[in-house]
Structures are given as C-alpha cells and as structure tokens.
Design a protein around this ligand. Structure first.
Ligand code: NCD
Length: 305
C-alpha cells in the first residue's frame, strides 16, 4: 500500500481501480444511511493545510474526512504564522507535534508536498501544487467518466485550454494513460508546456477537428493569475478558437460528456448554456470528489493504527 499521494503517477492501474471501486462503495454506503458518517477513521487526525485559495477541494477534503469520522483541523496560510514568515518546514513540525495522521496540502510552489513528505510521519496528500499536479482531481474525473460512460479503457478524452498552467491536465494525462484512455491535449501553441511531446498524450491546435471523435471533452480554466505575459491576442479571440459554446458542442457524438474542474470563467472557455446543459458533469464532479477523497483517505490511513 502506498503511504502518500503526491502524483497521479503514484497509482498503478490496480491501485487506481481499487480507489474508484472503493469510492463507489462509499457512495452506496452513504446513500443507505440516515446519518452520513462511517466510523472508519475515528480517532485519526486529518489536517487541511491550504496555502492557496480553494473552494471545492478544501470543502471536499473536509467533508470526506468528517464522513469517515476523523478529527479535522483546517489551516489556511492567511491568518496563521505563515504571514509572520514561518517556513513550510516549521509549520510541518508543528503539525507533526500535534499528531497529524494525514496532511492534505495545497501550495503555490510545485513540489511543496514532496518536501513536506520528508518532514512529517503521517501521509501527505497533494491537493494541488503550483502548475504541477492535482491527483485527487484526476481520480474524481476518472470516477465521473466511468460512472457516465461505463468504462475508461479506450475512451477518447480531449483536454482543452490552458494546459501550460494546469495541474489538473498533467494529473489527468498520467492517470488516464494508466487506465487505458487516449488523451488529446488541445490548446494554442503558447499554452502547451515545453516538453509536452514526452507526455503520454497527443496534441492538437484545432478543437473543431478533435470534437467529432471525443467521448469526453474537459475544458480547463484560463488561469490568468498565473500568466505573466500575453498568451493569446484577446479573450474574444481565445473563446472563438478554444471556447466551448452550444454550436461547437453539437459537433460531439451524442453520448459525449462535457467536464470542467471549476472554477469556471463562464463566457471564456465555456458558455453558460454548455456548462448548464445535460451533457455537463460539472456538479456531479464536485459530488463525486467527496466519495473519491473518502476512498483515498481510507486507502492511505485505513490500514494503519
Ligand atoms: C483547479 C485547481 O485549483 O487546480 N480547481 C480545482 O481544484 N477544482 C483548477 C483551476 O484552478 O482552474
């Protein structure tokens, strides 16, 4: 069994499938209960350590840990001694002293969770590090695809937009490849990372050409807060070439689904009509996130005492 979840590459096909199957069991167990709680992690402490803003991921990890009856401590860098200059290492040692069994960390620096894993005895779960990885997002996305389309092996998945700044894209490519799906990254050349040729994915600059063969189209947020230069001429030009609107959505096969990790820039990478359409799994992704994170916490902590 693995101790940390730092990268989607930490999961082989059997382990990833075990997480998805466990998440489905968690889902079933919760829906049959009046009190939405399982006793699995009673007496264990999960710390949410968030150095970067988050809505869905933070709430989702908190809900997952609480539904497994763990004690949850929420730490956000704002309002803590981090604003007095305390280092990640000293913060980690403090958490260690408080007996954290798991630390869920989001950090603007790529690699921060890997560093943290050297300093604490508990499990470290990467909840998003810089532009690097976001493995639980990839797991909840895979769970959603499998629930909607019945399988992952052989699916054609198009991941569209700001791949350069997206930790969601990298983790999805790694996990989907492990699970036998075929990924095509669609973006303007300026928003594809250097070295993307070595990723287990195809690339394309032409969204309209990719849509007719896609089973899944995953739209990415244009991450303006990470952009230090102009990557495309204008928002309007970007939407015209890479945004998903109703007309473009009609190019998809009938069974295809539309995903987005959130938060969305409505009107930029996706129109409200598409985001709120029956093909959209955006709200389901959020709900599935809780079951998947319960499964991950169970995988990492369940066996240990
Ligand atoms: C993403 C993230 O923070 O990496 N959102 C998420 O976790 N659901 C994607 C984004 O910020 O665009």
């Amino acid at each position: 069994m693995i101790r940390h979840l730092l990268s989607a590459a930490d999961l082989d096909a059997a382990t990833a499938t075990f997480v998805l199957d466990t998440a489905r069991e968690m889902d079933a167990a919760m829906s049959n209960r009046e009190v939405k709680k399982l006793p699995t992690l009673r007496g264990r402490t999960v710390v949410n350590l968030f150095y970067e803003d988050s809505t869905r991921t933070r709430i989702s990890f908190e809900a997952a840990a609480k539904r497994l009856s763990a004690d949850v401590i929420n730490f956000s860098a704002k309002g803590s001694s981090v604003s007095k200059g305390e280092s990640l290492k000293d913060t980690a040692l403090t958490l260690q002293a408080m007996g954290a069994d798991a630390v869920v960390v989001r950090h603007p620096a790529s690699g921060a969770p890997h560093r943290l894993a050297h300093w604490v005895n508990g499990s470290v779960l990467n909840a998003g590090d810089g532009t690097h990885e976001h493995p639980t997002q990839a797991l909840l996305d895979a769970y959603t695809m499998r629930a909607r389309l019945g399988r992952l092996a052989g699916l054609n998945v198009a991941i569209v937009g700001d791949v350069l700044h997206s930790r969601v894209a990298r983790s999805n490519v790694l996990l989907l490849h492990t699970l036998g799906a075929k990924v095509t990254l669609v973006a303007p050349p300026t928003l594809l990372p250097v070295g993307v040729g070595a990723w287990p994915a195809e690339t394309s600059y032409h969204l309209d050409a990719v849509l007719p063969d896609a089973d899944v189209v995953m739209m990415l947020r244009v991450q303006r807060e990470r952009m230090d230069q102009a990557y495309f001429p204008s928002a309007r030009e970007y939407s015209r070439r890479y945004g998903l609107d109703a007309a473009r959505m009609r190019r998809l096969p009938d069974h295809a689904i539309v995903m987005h990790p959130g938060p969305m820039n409505r009107g930029m990478e996706i129109t409200p009509e598409v985001a709120d359409s029956p093909r959209s799994t955006i709200v389901e992704q959020v709900a599935n996130g809780v079951s998947v994170r319960m499964a991950v916490l169970y995988l990492l902590l369940g066996g240990k005492s």
